[in-house]
Design a binder for this molecule. Sequence first.
Ligand code: NAD
Ligand code: TYD
Length: 339
Amino acid sequence: MKIIVTGGAGFIGGNFIHHMVNKYPQYQIICLDALTYAGNMETLKSVMEKPNFKFIKGDIADREFVYGLFEDEKPDIIVNFAAESHVDRSIDDPEVFLKTNYIGTGVLLDACRKYGIKRYHQVSTDEVYGDLPLDRTDLFFTEETPLHTSSPYSASKAAADLLVQAYHRTFGIPVTISRCSNNYGPYHFPEKLIPLIIANCLNEKPLPVYGKGENVRDWLYVEDHCRAIDLIIHDGRVGEVYNIGGHNERTNLQVVKTIIHALGKSEDLITYVTDRLGHDMRYAIDPTKIKNELGWEPTTLFDEGIKKTIQWYLDNKSWWENIISGEYQKYYDKMYVGR
Ligand code: NAD
Ligand code: TYD
């Protein structure tokens, strides 16, 4: 079995590659990644020498390159993680989100059409469903919830999902889609809430909380997401969407305070800043379908997962310190100074 994992030098794709390379020594795992600001070869260091792993640099939106790759490698499965993934960047400059997330997905699907594929899996997000009101804790996203997006990021992901479903219906491409809630864990790029708060706490810097910090996210430990995708590409039903999430809802303020207390810092570091435009209030997944069909359940609850994550950032300071000392500083200043 030969699997091309796109975006594997990023956060979730990197964790998925570790999972697959170690669990299936008999498979060939190929990482295709353009190494944007979010891609990091350090994330793949421990698998680079494994005989069942290969890294190829390239852009999923580059048709000629992608076709050449399919011709050379003849993959059985594509798992598409490659994306621009940060909502704030999509508000600042949407264009690259359309190119990578929508056009890039289209190019991969065309390659599947031209060369054949046993399975195309699209890694999507619960953000395609929009948000839920804070005062309706009885409501959850199911696979039947209408797509209703808020940010250029989520709109580009929803557009890609529709394209994947269209290629299944029109051309018979054997596709699956997963829509997961917010992930956290090792190798998470420090522009996102949890690693940003850990890094700022450790550097005694202000902790920026958007608005009142009351927005709710449904946090899933990244390994649980990787296990779910592993199950879907092997046993998921073709043409189906699977929601992935584990009822670990927390307000942003709760998350920030948990990190502050775990690191023995002061709540005085919390700084309320101007809210994100169009900020989604609450995400919450109903994972009944994947539980009933594939027996998937999350194994790491938030209180345990956040401790493991904080410990990973303490043990791997060079990984994130390298990131925040480079280009990232310019991004940080643009987004946060005087906000
Ligand atoms: P990330 O930003 O950490 O990594 C994205 C990776 O894709 C990087 O390695 C980057 O170099 C690569 N990439 C970007 N553009 C590319 C292109 N044109 N061609 C090839 N490679 C390219 O993202 P992540 O948080 O790991 O998210 C991965 C996927 O999971 C995304 O599709 C995202 O929408 C989805 N997702 C993320 C979350 C989350 O909480 N982070 C939750 C649900 C779904
Ligand atoms: P983020 O990690 O960007 O993920 P997403 O927007 O995809 O859910 O943000 C998680 C939540 O944290 C979101 O409600 C925005 C908020 N947030 C802050 O309050 N401060 C920050 O500095 C960041 C990056 C996010």
